[in-house]
Design a protein around this ligand. Structure first.
Ligand SMILES: C[S@@+](CC[C@H](N)C(=O)[O-])C[C@H]1O[C@@H](n2cnc3c(N)ncnc32)[C@H](O)[C@@H]1O
Length: 350
């Protein structure tokens, strides 16, 4: 036994738990508005509590955690706490740079440890219904910021000629659309095109249609529809999935339906998690532990709950290419995304 290794690992475990504990505090800061309040300038715990409309004793304890955790600074002479502007960039605002949003997904997944432990023992999975409606709202909060900033420059304009076709007028379908913000943004930007969003989640579809109505859009419609049984009479020129293949019960069935519904000269944009299908290639990828963990706590288990493939979040490029080919999508180019978690698969029929 190498004692140095024992000590190093014990320290590492400690760091892991400190990170997990601070994740809870980051989520609380996001939900209570404490990050926004702290970003307004230095304050004592009383002043910050008043600014945020919260109980001082709780705010002071939270400040203890985020100060010793290296997120906020503390001046013991003035008893003032401050959030450095360089840190505020990642914890405040409506943009995609606000990483505090992501903490909510982790604290929410934490609530599902009990049922996940049960399926470790008994098999099967934890169904999607156990994660709703909060999951729908967490996905929306997280992705809407990304789409506001990246949808056009990061995804649409990454594919040569696609924007011109959208401007001229084509039929577009997003499968597993969730709350549909991306499609609503596209519908507003490209009024000559028509847009259809499908998802199995009725709560998400209701929100998507409500946003479309609020935006006054008449060229977009959202319907509850299983990806493995798309309407037989519809053909689309552009089909998209945004992080919506890897957690499906029957992902091959969904890809087959996309292949079948795509026009001969159509394009399918599959935005999905970027990783390798082979674990050994993911060792050293700093995001990989996060991806496998989220998979265990959600993406894989929701699929297994339906007796599905249980691909998992880290299904990876190699398997994705095989499955796309099986669906008749044999011409595939993989583009890097400005979101390092995702790859953009630009797929066409052979
Ligand atoms: C990770 S979420 C992504 C949602 C959305 N694309 C976004 O970017 O916010 C995956 C979505 O796939 C949907 N989904 C899962 N299985 C499906 C199926 N068989 N048919 C249609 N949608 C499905 C879920 O309901 C969920 O909204």
């Amino acid at each position: 036994m190498n004692e140095t290794k024992v000590t190093r690992f014990r320290e590492r475990i400690g760091e892991i738990y400190v990170g997990a504990a601070l994740t809870l505090m980051i989520d609380i800061g996001f939900r209570t508005g404490l990050w926004e309040a702290a970003a307004k300038g230095p304050a004592t715990s009383e002043q910050l509590a008043e600014r945020a409309g919260l109980e001082e004793r709780y705010v002071r304890e939270w400040l203890g955690a985020v100060t010793t955790g290296g997120i906020a600074d503390y001046d013991s002479d003035t008893e003032m706490y401050s959030l450095p502007e360089e840190h505020a960039v990642s914890l405040t605002g409506d943009g995609a740079s606000n990483r505090a949003v992501n903490a909510g997904l982790l604290t929410y997944l934490g609530k599902h440890v009990d049922p996940v432990v049960t399926v470790f023992r008994e098999g099967g999975g934890v169904p999607y219904s156990r994660y709703r409606p909060e999951f729908t709202s967490l996905m929306d909060q997280r992705f809407r910021r990304e789409y506001n900033e990246m949808l056009f420059d990061g995804y649409i304009r990454a594919v040569p000629g696609l924007e011109e076709r959208l401007m001229a007028g084509i039929r577009v379908c997003d499968v597993g659309c969730g709350t549909g913000h991306n499609l609503n943004l596209m519908a507003a930007e490209y009024p000559a095109s028509t847009f259809t969003g499908f998802d199995i989640a009725a709560d998400a579809i209701e929100l998507a249609n409500a946003e479309a109505a609020e935006m006054g859009l008449s060229n977009v419609a959202f319907e509850v529809q299983d990806a493995t049984a798309l309407p037989g009479d519809l053909t689309f020129d552009l089909m998209t999935t945004f992080d919506a293949i890897h957690d499906q019960a029957n992902p091959q069935g969904a890809l087959n339906e996309i292949g079948r519904s795509l026009a001969a000269d159509g394009v399918y944009l599959m935005i999905d998690i970027d990783a390798s299908s082979d674990l050994k290639n993911n060792i050293g990828n700093p995001l990989a532990p996060y991806l496998y963990s989220v998979s265990t706590m959600h993406c894989m288990t929701v699929s297994l709950a339906e007796g599905g493939a249980g691909l998992g979040t880290v299904w990876g490029r190699e398997l994705a290419l095989e499955m796309l080919s099986e669906a008749g999508l044999t011409q595939v180019e993989i583009l890097e995304s400005s979101n390092p978690t995702n790859a953009i698969y630009v797929c066409r029929k052979g």
